[in-house]
Design a protein around this ligand. Structure first.
Ligand SMILES: Nc1nc2c(c(=O)[nH]1)N[C@H]1C(S)=C(S)[C@@H](COP(=O)(O)O)O[C@H]1N2
Ligand SMILES: [Mo]
Length: 261
């Protein structure tokens, strides 16, 4: 790895603020006002989380509890039938930005001849898929906005297999809680099942009509316009359907797990 490694510290420092801000904006929706604005003071949060906030440890415990609370609120608010905005071809961002936890020179080289997509966990008959098999499945495409937590967004054009269709073919237990996605660069993330089954969640094999280039995640990237950039794994090699919380590379360093956009 080279110098381009990023640290999540700045995010952690502003975590308290952003969690409170998130919670406030959740409450803007009329349905959520029931909860009452009065809890959204530090004192209210202390009461809600049962922490006295008198030292760093209790502040950390409070933040962790608020973060899980935030995940649950986001999961409750997620509408499986609501589509993320789509855009005309003229609005595609060119060139589309590259981002990873390393520099572009360190993008993993995946050999399509030997690459397999393993599917395991709560599936009916664990097996692996070749790139040819995925390419032979019905393909869809989308022009959607990718939003990175680091402060940029860009509109891109991805094509591939609807993930709910892939999960069906893979015999996944769609009543399970989580789908974990493991990548060739040892990155990993995990998502809730309702998002996995969302109509715009796409196991992408192409970018802008061509085979997905290495920098954008060759051979397969899970694209979810309903989730922030770090929830969209590139170079996927294995998928696990599970009821055990799998976390993720950035999520385990303080990024919000639900990561809705
Ligand atoms: N395998 C892998 N997937 C990843 C990442 C990574 O470092 N490795 N970074 C994530 C982040 S933070 C972003 S913003 C997007 C960037 O995707 P792009 O390079 O196609 O723009 O990939 C996401 N998926
Ligand atoms: Mo990102």
């Amino acid at each position: 790895m080279r110098s381009g490694k990023k640290q999540p510290n700045a995010f952690l420092v502003s975590n308290a603020d952003s969690i409170i801000k998130d919670a406030r904006s959740e409450l803007k929706s009329p349905a959520r006002r029931l909860l009452g604005k009065q809890i959204l003071t530090l004192g209210g949060i202390a009461m809600l989380s049962g922490c006295d906030l008198s030292n760093d440890k209790s502040v950390n415990t409070m933040l962790r509890k608020m973060s899980f609370f935030n995940d649950r609120v986001q999961a409750l608010l997620f509408d499986p039938n609501k589509m993320a905005p789509t855009y005309p071809e003229s609005m595609i961002t060119r060139p589309f930005p590259f981002n990873a936890f390393y520099d572009i020179d360190d993008v993993p080289e995946v050999d399509p001849a030997t690459w397999r997509l393993q599917v395991g966990g709560l599936v009916n008959g664990k097996r692996s898929w070749t790139l040819g098999e995925l390419q032979a499945m019905p393909q869809e495409s989308q022009i959607t906005r990718h939003i990175c937590i680091e402060g940029w967004s860009a509109i891109g054009h991805w094509g591939g297999v609807r993930f709910s269709e892939f999960l069906r073919r893979a015999g996944a237990d769609t009543t399970a809680k989580y789908v974990a996605l493991h990548c060739a660069d040892n990155y990993w993330t995990s998502i809730d099942m309702p998002t996995a089954l969302h109509a715009q969640t796409l196991l992408t094999l192409t970018y802008d009509g061509d085979v997905l280039p290495p920098k954008y995640g060759f051979p397969a990237k899970l694209r979810m316009p309903t989730k922030l950039g770090y929830k969209n794994p590139k170079h996927i090699v294995a998928i696990t359907v599970t009821n055990e919380y799998p976390g993720g590379y950035w999520e385990n360093q303080g990024y919000n797990w639900f990561g809705g956009s």
